[in-house]
Design a protein around this ligand. Structure first.
Ligand code: GUN
Ligand code: FE
Length: 447
């Protein structure tokens, strides 16, 4: 089994006490962090394995992003400046419908590459209607940790040809969950993904919540209460508020992750708390689509689980956890005051809270003995100003970006070294991406 000893400048563990360690080494055995050990010459001398000197680097846990659309990476920059329902109708649904397995594969690869390069080692993906097994293949081969599932849509008033029959959606979902849940040594898991209430019949939603029971540890992942026109349409369709409706069909529980949750009434906030339902907060997407600002300080005060996600490339237009942390903090300050969403709180949302949202805090989200070695090595000396020693969280959340990411390790394997991907040839990926995008746009033209 591979053994590695990492010797960094400091370790920001994100453990329950928020411990920061200096003069400590991380001992890794295979995929797992064996222990954190006080650094002495004797420790280094007696170590049999690779010793990695990273004494100018800060090690943090790999980021966990709880709402991503890998299938949309190829559409970056092609759907700007639109409100959610227009964005879906005019751009995203036609583009997703035009995917073939080649364009979907490159879109997933581009997304995973970008996530790794920015220090994200775990994601919850929303998938797409067709060729979902391609996304699973790419997640499996890349070495990233993921919950993913086929996006389900059995009704679609916005773009009526982009849907499938209820029976087929459920059958395919079941087949994929059987094939991929808890595979790759538990690295890949199923995230049931009915897209949003407007795209799902009641039968589809109810049978999905039933089906989940056969797959312990799986997640129910959907969009909710993102946009005012969306919730008005849900009200018309179901006679209820979005979250209230999901509760009425038993879809709210502690394995449910709801992306956005911007427009909620008091009763709905209470429901999220009671049912221990998880909120995936997507600040860039919420701003760019003009959707609104979720009252995250209130949810946190209520004890509701909140984690972060970049959403898809065409509504962001980055897949970068640093951007989401910075915005998650800054957008609340004009509303709640500058103390709101301090840097450490925000850092935890992007790491350990993401792992807790997915019930994998025994595996990732912090740097502790027994967890997977999901590590990000930051060079924080890359700023214009000399850095003070204080408040490492301030540096990470307010100043740092993906340019500070030097190396990334996912389950003990190097996936980024010296700022370059070891999983993909980035230049080739961009070239192939361009070709596949051109082909896809031709197919959209002929729809
Ligand atoms: N609601 C339904 N589908 C989507 C999507 O693809 N992105 C976002 N942001 N919201 C959605
Ligand atoms: Fe989304």
């Amino acid at each position: 089994m591979n053994r590695t000893l990492i010797i960094p400048n400091e370790i920001v563990t994100a453990d329950s006490k928020g411990t920061i360690l200096k003069n400590y080494a991380i001992e890794i055995s295979g995929t797992v962090i064996e222990k954190l050990i006080p650094l002495t010459d004797a420790v280094i001398k007696s170590f049999t394995g690779e010793v990695v000197y990273a004494d100018n680097l800060t090690v943090i846990p790999g980021f966990v992003q709880t709402h991503i659309h890998l299938c949309q990476t190829l559409f970056r920059g092609l759907a700007d400046d639109l409100l959610l329902l227009d964005w879906l109708q005019q751009r995203i649904f036609p583009f997703e419908q035009a995917h073939d397995s080649n364009s979907l594969r490159i879109s997933a690869q581009l997304g995973i590459n970008e996530l790794f390069l920015g220090g994200t080692t775990t994601l919850l993906d929303m998938g797409t209607i067709n060729y979902q097994e391609v996304i699973f293949e790419e997640l499996t081969n890349s070495g990233i940790k993921a919950f993913a599932g086929k996006c389900m849509m059995d009704q679609n008033d916005l773009f009526p040809t982009f849907r499938a029959e209820t029976k087929d959606e459920l059958e395919q979902t079941y087949r994929l969950a059987k094939a991929f849940h808890q595979t790759s040594g538990g690295r890949i898991n199923y995230g049931f993904a009915p897209r949003f209430v407007l795209s799902c019949s009641e039968k589809l939603l109810i049978e999905t919540t039933e089906m989940m029971k056969e797959f312990p540890g799986s997640i129910f992942h959907t969009h909710s209460s993102e946009n005012k026109d969306e919730i008005e349409a849900v009200r018309k369709l179901r006679g209820k508020e979005n979250v209230e409706y999901l509760n009425s069909i038993a879809a709210l529980h502690n394995h449910t992750v709801l992306a956005h949750c911007i427009h909620l009434n008091d009763e709905e906030v209470k429901l999220l708390k009671e049912k221990e339902t998880r909120v995936s907060h997507c600040p860039s997407s919420n701003l760019k689509l003009g959707s609104g600002i979720a009252d995250i300080p209130r949810y946190l005060k209520e004890g509701i689980s909140v984690s972060l996600g970049a959403d898809g490339a065409p509504c962001n237009n980055n897949l970068n956890a640093f951007v989401e942390m910075r915005l998650a903090s800054l957008i609340q300050k004009p509303i709640h005051g500058p103390q709101a969403m301090d840097a450490e709180t925000t850092f935890r949302l992007a790491t350990i809270e993401g792992a807790k949202a997915l019930h994998i805090e025994n595996k990732t989200g912090s740097i502790e003995a027994g967890k997977k070695a999901d590590l990000v090595f930051l060079n924080l000396e890359k700023f214009d100003q000399p850095l003070s020693e204080e408040n490492i969280y301030s540096k990470i959340v307010y100043s740092a970006s993906k340019e500070n990411v030097e190396h990334v390790m996912s389950e003990g394997e190097w996936v980024v070294k010296a700022g370059a991907s070891l999983v993909y040839n980035s230049d080739e990926l961009y070239k192939k991406g361009k070709e596949e995008l051109n082909n896809l746009l031709k197919r959209v033209g002929s729809l």
